[in-house]
Ligand binder design. Structure first.
Ligand SMILES: [Zn+2]
Length: 249
């Protein structure tokens, strides 16, 4: 692997890339790792394109320098290293969804069970509550790479206004307005999937609360201050795992 050329982000972008690098490592810790596959991106605030994790790295290996800036046609504007083949999955979602700034795509084990079976994810635990409003649709056009702009558009269309989408026999994508929200979304998606797979495998009868109660739960469990609290919790957990002293917060 050749050494990457240094990127030169502005201080505000550098701070977010630092968060985004830790988000990759947190997601590895929470069951999203699959060798060097999977990637997160952040919308460039200057409108030049997206900052995308470079290729050939596992989630647990990503540092704040491991990003390339690409435009919406995939041209590399800053940094070097492998451009993930699935870059159109990111650019087309960013173009379709002005409400999001962060896109993640990974291959989490339990989410793939949903992606392979077409099952509906429900709010059977607190994590599933995150997805109650718009659900988690299934992208079924291909199980192969989302590596063309047409497939990127179709994948974005399948996701619609949801926070996540299952990719048939492949993986999942998840989004957020911030690094914090996209990371929590990815974590909760896999936790909800894992919970539901376990519940279903018991053969016992099970049910979710009614729709209105779930929506109220979502407001009560995941307000902004709780999201900050959970984000910093996962940062401290990562710091301990990596043998670092957690930042005071
Ligand atoms: Zn993939």
């Amino acid at each position: 692997m050749t050494d990457p050329q240094p990127i030169n982000p502005s201080p505000d972008v550098a701070k977010i890339l630092d968060d985004l690098a830790r988000a990759h490592r947190i997601l590895e810790m929470e069951g999203h790792g699959d060798m060097s596959m999977g990637h997160l991106s952040f919308r460039d605030p200057q409108g030049r394109g997206i900052w995308l994790k470079r290729g050939n790295l596992g989630f647990e290996e990503v540092t704040e320098t491991d990003f390339i800036l690409i435009d919406f046609d995939g041209e590399i504007l800053e940094g070097t290293g492998l451009r993930h083949l699935e870059w159109p999955l990111h650019t087309e979602l960013m173009l379709a969804r002005p409400d999001i700034n962060v896109v993640g795509h990974s291959h989490p084990f339990n989410s793939i069970i949903f992606a392979a079976t077409g099952q509906k994810l429900g709010a059977y635990s607190n994590e599933g509550v995150w997805f109650e409003e718009t659900g988690v649709p299934h992208f079924t056009l291909t199980s192969n790479l989302v590596d063309t702009t047409d497939l990127g558009k179709a994948h974005a269309q399948a996701m619609g206004t949801s926070d996540a989408v299952f990719l048939r026999n492949h993986g999942a994508s998840f989004v957020g307005a911030s690094v914090r929200d996209a990371t929590l979304c990815g974590i909760f998606l896999e936790k909800a999937a894992k919970m539901q797979v376990a519940i279903a495998s018991t053969g016992w009868k099970y049910q979710a609360p009614d729709h209105q109660e779930i929506l109220t739960k979502r407001t009560d469990i995941y307000p902004d201050r709780a999201r900050n609290n959970f984000w910093w919790y996962f940062n401290r957990k990562l710091a301990v795992l990596e043998g670092r002293t957690p930042d005071p917060m």
